[in-house]
Design a protein around this ligand. Structure first.
Ligand SMILES: C[S@@+](CC[C@H](N)C(=O)[O-])C[C@H]1O[C@@H](n2cnc3c(N)ncnc32)[C@H](O)[C@@H]1O
Length: 264
C-alpha cells in the first residue's frame, strides 16, 4: 500500500480524476521533452510512479513491438486497467525500497514523484545506475518559486491555503523546490549532456491545472483543517475559486531535467 510519505494516494475516490487533470495539464510538455531526447523504436523504457499511465502508453507506442516499457507505481490500480491494451507492463514497485536492474534501460522517465520521496537522492542514484550506457534519465519535478496569485479575486486565500499545503507536504518529507536541484544532482552522479527546461502556466479557474489543485486540496482537506489552519468553509471558498474562470494564479514550475549515462 501507499507509503506514509506520499499524501495523495491513488486509491482515493477521486484519485483517477486528479491523475486525469495532471495528464491533461502536463502531458504535452512531457511529450515535447521526451521527443527531444530522441526516443526511438526498440528502446527499453522505464516509467517510475506512472500514476494513470498516459505517458507509459505514449512510450509504448513509440518504442514499438521491438522495444518494451515497464511502468511502476506503489499503487497500480490504474496501470493494471490499461497495461495490456496499451502495450506496457504495469509493475507494483516502491522506488524508495525495491531494487532496479542495473544497466537495463535506454530511457527512464519520472514526473511529480521524486519531490515526494524523502530518499530522493538515493533514488536518483539508483535510476542513473539503471541506465544502459548512453541511456537517458528524464526527471520532471515541481518547484513552487513561480506559484503566486494573479487575480485579485481569491489572491489572499490562495496564498494562505497554498502555504499551508506546502507546509504539510514538507512535513511529510516532500521537497517543494526540488525541481531546481535536479540538474546539479544529475551532474554529481556523472551523467553527461545535462539540460533542463522549466515551464509554468497561468492557471484559470476551471482549467486542468486548477482542477489538479482543487482535487489535491479536497484530498488533503483533513490535514489542512484544524487549529491554526483552515476552516471547512475556507476550503470550500477556495474550491469555488479554482472553478471560477475569473480566478487565476501561476502554477508551480515543472522543471524537466535530462541527462545521459556516459557511453562506455
Ligand atoms: C502526483 S502522481 C504523478 C503520476 C504520474 N507520474 C503523472 O505525472 O501523471 C505521483 C505518483 O507517484 C506514485 N508514487 C508515490 N510514491 C512512490 C514510490 N515510493 N514508488 C513508486 N511510485 C510512487 C504515486 O502512487 C502516484 O501514482
Amino acid at each position: 500500500m501507499a507509503r506514509q510519505s506520499y499524501l495523495l494516494d491513488n486509491a482515493w475516490a477521486q484519485g483517477r480524476a486528479r491523475l486525469d487533470a495532471v495528464e491533461e495539464f502536463l502531458d504535452p510538455a512531457t511529450i515535447h521533452v521526451l521527443s527531444r531526447v530522441g526516443l526511438r523504436a526498440g528502446w527499453r523504457c522505464l516509467e517510475v510512479g506512472a500514476g494513470g499511465g498516459s505517458i507509459a502508453h505514449w512510450l509504448a507506442e513509440r518504442a514499438g513491438a521491438g522495444g518494451c516499457v515497464v511502468a511502476t507505481d506503489i499503487d497500480t490500480i490504474y496501470l493494471d486497467a490499461r497495461a495490456a491494451s496499451s502495450g506496457f507492463e504495469g509493475r507494483r514497485h516502491d522506488i524508495a525500497r525495491d531494487p532496479l536492474p542495473t544497466g537495463a534501460y535506454d530511457l527512464i522517465h519520472t514526473r511529480l514523484v521524486l519531490e515526494h520521496i524523502p530518499e530522493r537522492d538515493a533514488v536518483l542514484a539508483a535510476l542513473a545506475e539503471a541506465l544502459r550506457p548512453g541511456g537517458w534519465l528524464v526527471v520532471e519535478a515541481v518547484d513552487y518559486a513561480s506559484a503566486v496569485p494573479v487575480s485579485a479575486l481569491g489572491a489572499d486565500e490562495h496564498a494562505r491555503s497554498q502555504s499551508l499545503r506546502l507546509r504539510e507536504f514538507e512535513a511529510a518529507g516532500a521537497k517543494t523546490d526540488y525541481g531546481r536541484h535536479v540538474p546539479a544532482a544529475m551532474r554529481a552522479l556523472g551523467l553527461v549532456n545535462v539540460e533542463n527546461e522549466a515551464r509554468a502556466y497561468v492557471m484559470r479557474g476551471g482549467s486542468a491545472g486548477a482542477r489538479w489543485f482543487a482535487l489535491s486540496m479536497e484530498q488533503l482537506r483533513g490535514r489542512l483543517t484544524g487549529p491554526g489552519k483552515l476552516t471547512d468553509a475556507e476550503i470550500d471558498a477556495m474550491l469555488g475559486f479554482f472553478d471560477n474562470p475569473d480566478w487565476a494564479a501561476i502554477s508551480p514550475m515543472i522543471v524537466a531535467s535530462w541527462g545521459q549515462r556516459r557511453a562506455d
